[in-house]
Design a protein around this ligand. Structure first.
Ligand code: HSE
Length: 403
């Protein structure tokens, strides 16, 4: 028998308990073992829960129990979750997590610690919710030199943008809906300001390119400034606004990674990814483009990935096959300033003035636009060239166009 302890009985933790219990027969058969939930650690009591008898409040009980081989960390954050993860790994237990903040900030140290203790640290659920992406990137695409990763990595913001685009909802109303559906982080700032997507692109980039990429190395812009006016202008030119995380390998091997909203052409498959769905497009030098799509947030989709990791750990308790990437450093990434692309601009200006500075641009029109508002798409240029041309212009919104 293999005993599991869950740390944190929130949305994901309770989903893990539910999947472990509901699918126990299938899970036991597939792992050729009995996987049982022994403890749930939380500061709260859950007297009405079917798992009430498993709830404990002292981590050292789990740490000192030799019968617990696998610890599921679904606390979130990088403080107590880090301490418990380190203690569990040092106690010789495998740790499985959905905690992208912890992996993005401390993945390299925790992977080292797991290796030193001969156990696994697995985090399939940390990126893309239920979408298989960590294991495919690490195993199935291992033969490739990865050239680029580009994805819709946050379900909450994709839900908000979809409701703005298709339902005409305001940003605030759409955010409230996403929170009601349990997609948003406890503090939705991490979603709407792009930090959650940033952590996920850091994890993917670290895995794909072999050196730790830290969130502080990834310029990040969220969607709080996106308005229904921008949505309408994008629609008039056959594009959708999507928050993308990108990591691009430069010729010298350095990585340019960032998170920002983009205008995406409707013919690009990423434009058709709606609601809470995520999609991650990866370009490898042997496979070309490959795309992963599915539910990127929510209780059971995320629990599906966590429990798959529990099963993997259970099957390979004594194996040395471990995830690994090398240490980070200032030499790993390059700034995004040099990245050239077309731009969407909405500004208060006269069309003649824009023409005089930019030459040929594609002007956009929308019904009900206020007098003096102008919107247009530029040719490809880097950010500093754009800023030079827009000097003195009252800017209302600027976004990259995915080319
Ligand atoms: N808040 C996250 C999202 C949850 O909306 O994508 C899954 O990581």
């Amino acid at each position: 028998m293999i005993n599991v302890a869950i740390l944190g009985f929130g949305v994901v933790g309770s989903g893990v308990a539910e999947v472990l219990t509901t699918n126990a027969g299938h899970i036991d058969q597939k792992t050729d073992n009995l996987i049982r939930l022994k403890y749930i650690l939380d500061v709260r009591e859950f007297p009405d829960s079917p798992y009430a008898s498993q709830v404990i409040h002292d981590f050292s009980i789990i740490e000192q129990d030799p019968e617990v081989q696998i610890v599921v960390e679904t606390i979130g954050g990088a403080k107590i979750a880090k301490e418990f993860t380190e203690r569990a790994l040092r106690a010789g237990k495998c740790v499985v997590t959905s905690n992208k903040e912890l992996v993005a900030e401390h993945g390299v140290e925790l992977l080292e610690l797991a290796k030193a203790n001969g156990v696994h640290y697995l985090f399939e659920a940390s990126v893309g919710g239920g979408i298989p992406i960590i294991r495919p990137l690490n195993q199935c695409l291992a033969a490739n030199e990865i050239e680029e990763i580009c994805g819709i990595l946050n379900g909450t913001t994709n839900y908000i943008l979809t409701r703005m685009i298709k339902g005409g909802l305001s940003f605030d109303a759409a955010l409230k809906e996403a929170q009601r559906n349990g997609y948003a982080e406890q503090d939705p700032t991490a979603d709407i300001e792009g930090h959650d997507a940033c952590r996920k692109i850091c994890i993917l980039a670290s895995l794909a390119f072999g050196r730790h990429v830290y969130p502080r190395q990834v310029p990040t812009e969220g969607i709080t400034h996106v308005t229904l006016a921008d949505v309408a202008y994008a629609d008039t030119c056959g594009k959708k606004i999507k928050l993308l995380g990108r990591a691009i390998r430069q010729e010298d091997g350095k990585i340019c990674a960032y998170v920002a909203p983009h205008l995406v052409d409707c013919e690009n498959p990423l434009a058709g990814v709606e609601d809470v769905f995520n999609a991650i497009s990866i370009r490898g030098n042997a496979i070309g483009d490959v795309m992963f799509y599915g539910r990127g947030a929510g209780k059971l989709p995320t629990a599906s990935a966590v429990v798959a990791d529990v099963m993997d750990a259970a099957r390979h308790l004594n194996s040395k096959r471990q995830l690994y990437w090398g240490p980070g450093g200032e030499d790993v990434t390059v700034p995004m300033d040099g990245l050239s692309c077309p731009w969407y601009v909405r500004a208060n200006a006269k069309t003649e003035a824009i023409k005089a500075v930019f030459g040929t641009v594609s002007f956009l029109a929308r019904p009900g636009a206020p007098a003096g508002e102008v919107a247009f798409l530029t040719g490809a240029m880097d950010r500093s060239s754009l800023d030079q041309k827009l000097a003195g212009v009252e800017q209302l919104s600027i976004m990259r166009v995915l080319d």
